[in-house]
Design a protein around this ligand. Structure first.
Ligand code: ADP
Ligand code: MG
Length: 689
């Protein structure tokens, strides 16, 4: 059995399971082994009841007391019981498990393990798992993998298939030499794959993760350096001299550019006129005004008779950019003839857009990555601007050019990255930094609170809505997921919207938005929010990047502890974009002191770089899997912040490899060469930034 063996050859996997696995994109044994756990369950030592912390999963060793109480509502059977130890009492609620009133003996001691909740001074567990002390002792200290599942699959089944695959599957040769492993303190790939699924202890997990992250960074950096070499010598076939259009636009803008915007615009102008093709990253914190700079470059392109493209990560954002551009055309008489191109357009609309692009009737194409797909033939594409999403490999640039010459590339990013990391991660791009926010902005007021503060928050929100302002509320989940233990306690967009409708005065328009909706619905909702037909938008982080509604003044984030601080900072950037005082309310779902401390960093700084690095200092290794700082880089496991040391090691290792054997011709690098070639094939479009 090797990595390419279909999963159906595993014992216990029939056609039905095969279909379920296919839903998770698992077709081969290799795919299965590459489906790493999403987290691990640990069975900690039982604690005393008085030490139970609401919001955490705990185990207690307690005796059943009192008389069980049964209720029935509709099809639901509810059983309430009590348990106690020397330090206090715990309320237990079970759903549809009526037999427990007999099996749990009064006075008997059991381990109850579940999410702790509180109601006033009472402590509650709903649907806890029940163990005997002996059973539980066997489990304590172990890490049990939990996978991303689909309905019909259980963790238990996945674990079984995984064990089988690990024992039967030939993984192939180790691609790194013994020397590389040693220099970087890495375990072998074989060991890493075994231990990521079944670590004996936490130390194992750290080692396994470190190896897998190293691989990820290594292949990314290798491919990027190769790309850089090829890209550096691209001749500039679109030398764009400045025209009166940009100057006139700047004169008509109601505000002057900030110093930083002017500096970056100068850098871009000089690139566009230079002997080499532009490949530049503009980095600037949220609200620093990157859009205007991009518009200037696109305007210069159009003024010289060429086409430009502006690509956004989501349809919602693409549409917003499209509307901004249309408004600029109306207000300032810009020469853009724009067209929108997004995946949700129907075949006829798309065809029409393709026609206009091919004929050159339009000089600006705005959309999602639909606009770089093969069907789109540009007449004269000279500039591609991407907002917070892609960088391009040389082959992709050539493809974009079609029969023409490769276009200039301008990448905009709000991901805060310290300089040293930026040089590693963006080594193939020239970097411009907008390190100044437009003046006359009122600083955003922040607070970090617990859930008890919600009534006050709702009152505050009602007040802002009454003043004519708008509000975002962010929840970590789309729908309630009672099957996952942690999931039940996380706020979700669907239920929260209902709750909020009840809590706010009638007449306040509350609507929800999330990634699972149909694109057309998302689009309509965002438009309605922009047009102020909606007062309060309850959403997942789909609004994280780039949405611009200057009338929105409140950003409330539920379960703020589940987000990385850099991400929360991005969310905060959605408000404070207009003339009004804006506010952020970060609601923590647990009251652990560390959590509150961490969130309070947001209070003390408005600087994304600073926030990301402070967050790193405070986070313990326990957060290895819990929090991702940034969704901006599409690494599967690696996190550019918390894995920065590994990133540096991988970068040095790539340097050494390229210095000694740039074309991987030496026999000792043959396996590595095959591995990297395979990785290159798999990176369909060059990594997202
Ligand atoms: P981001 O860098 O997050 O993409 P935007 O380009 O969306 O930021 O700009 C945020 C807001 O600031 C917009 O409403 C924009 O019109 C405004 N803005 C941009 N540059 C300036 C400036 N120099 N002075 C005042 N306001 C500006
Ligand atoms: Mg933006």
């Amino acid at each position: 059995m090797d990595k390419n063996t279909p999963v159906i050859e595993l014992k216990g996997v029939g056609e039905k399971t095969q279909t379920l696995l296919t839903k998770l994109n698992i077709k081969t044994v290799g795919d299965l082994l590459a489906s790493w756990p999403r987290d691990y369950e640990t069975y900690g030592e039982p604690v005393e009841i008085r030490c139970l912390v609401p919001g955490e999963i705990c185990a207690v060793h307690a005796a059943v007391t009192g008389i069980p109480n049964e209720k029935r509502t509709g099809r639901l059977h509810i059983l309430n019981m009590k348990a106690a130890d020397e330090t206090g009492e715990l309320h237990l609620t079970f759903f549809n498990l009526p037999f427990l009133k007999k099996t749990l003996k009064r006075g008997g001691f059991y381990i109850f393990r579940g999410m702790v909740q509180s109601r006033g001074t009472e402590k509650i567990m709903e649907q806890p798992k029940i163990f005997s002390l002996e059973e539980y002792q066997k489990l304590t200290g172990r890490l049990i993998p939990r996978y991303s599942l689909t309905k019909g699959l259980t963790d238990h089944a996945m674990q079984k298939y995984m064990r089988q695959a690990l024992s039967l599957c030939e993984l192939g040769a180790e691609h790194f030499s013994g020397q590389v492993l040693q220099e970087n303190g890495l375990i072998t790939e074989r060991e890493a794959v075994e231990k990521i699924h079944f670590p004996n202890d936490y130390g194992d997990l750290v080692k396994a993760r470190r190896r897998l992250v190293f691989d990820e960074f290594f292949s990314f950096l290798f491919l990027m350096r190769k790309n850089k070499e090829a890209g550096e010598r691209l001749e500039n076939h679109y030398r764009l001299p400045e025209t009166a259009d940009t100057v006139r636009f700047l004169e008509r803008l109601p505000f002057p550019l900030t110093g930083a915007q002017r500096k970056v615009w100068e850098e871009i102008r000089s690139d566009l006129g230079s002997p080499y093709c532009m490949n530049r990253l503009v980095q600037g914190d949220v609200g620093s005004g990157k859009t205007i700079v991009a518009v200037l470059a696109l305007l210069m392109t159009a003024a010289n008779g060429y086409q430009g493209a502006l690509m956004a990560p989501t349809e919602v954002l693409a549409i917003q950019h499209y509307e901004t551009i249309q408004e600029f055309v109306r207000k300032y008489g810009l020469i853009f003839r724009p067209v929108l191109l997004v995946g949700s357009m129907n075949a006829k609309e798309k065809k029409e857009a393709y026609g206009k692009i091919a004929s050159g009737e339009v000089n600006l194409v705005i959309g999602t990555h639909a606009l770089i797909q093969e069907k789109v033939q540009y007449r004269s594409l000279a500039l591609v601007v991407t907002d917070e999403q892609h960088r391009f490999g040389v082959r992709q640039r050539e493809h974009l050019a079609g029969k023409g010459e490769v276009p200039h590339i301008l990448v905009m990013s709000a991901t805060p990255i310290p300089r040293t990391l930026a040089i590693i991660l963006y080594g193939d791009l020239h970097i411009s930094v907008i390190d100044e926010l437009p003046a006359r902005r009122l600083p955003i007021k922040n607070c970090v609170v617990n859930t008890a503060w919600r009534p006050k928050a709702y009152k505050f929100i009602a007040g802002e809505v009454k003043k004519g302002r708008q509000v975002y509320v962010i929840c970590p989940q789309v729908e309630g997921d009672p099957e996952s233990e942690g999931g039940a306690s996380l706020e979700n967009v669907v239920d929260y919207t209902e709750k909020l409708r009840g809590a706010l005065p009638p007449g306040v328009q509350v609507t929800c938005l999330h990634g699972r909706m149909r694109p057309a619905d998302k689009k309509r909702i965002m438009e309605d929010f922009s047009a102020h037909a909606i007062d309060v938008l309850v959403s997942t982080t789909v609004v994280e990047v780039g949405i611009n509604v200057p009338n929105a003044t409140v950003m409330m984030v539920e379960n703020a502890e589940r987000f990385g601080l850099a991400q929360l900072h991005q969310l905060r950037g959605r408000v404070g974009r207009g003339e009004y005082q804006s506010y952020c309310i970060f609601v923590s779902g647990n009251e652990k002191e560390e959590t509150m401390e961490r969130l309070k960093i947001l209070n003390s700084s408005n600087d994304g770089f600073h926030i990301a690095s402070e967050d790193l200092k405070l986070r313990g290794p326990g957060d290895l899997f819990g929090i991702r700082q940034s969704g901006a880089f599409s690494f599967r496991m690696g996190d550019i912040y918390s894995d920065a040391p590994v990133l540096k090691l991988a970068s040095d290792a790539v340097d050494r490899l390229l210095a000694g054997d740039p074309d991987l011709k030496k026999a000792e690098n043959a396996d590595l060469g095959r591995y990297l070639a395979e990785e290159a094939r798999n990176s369909v479009d060059f990594r997202s930034i």
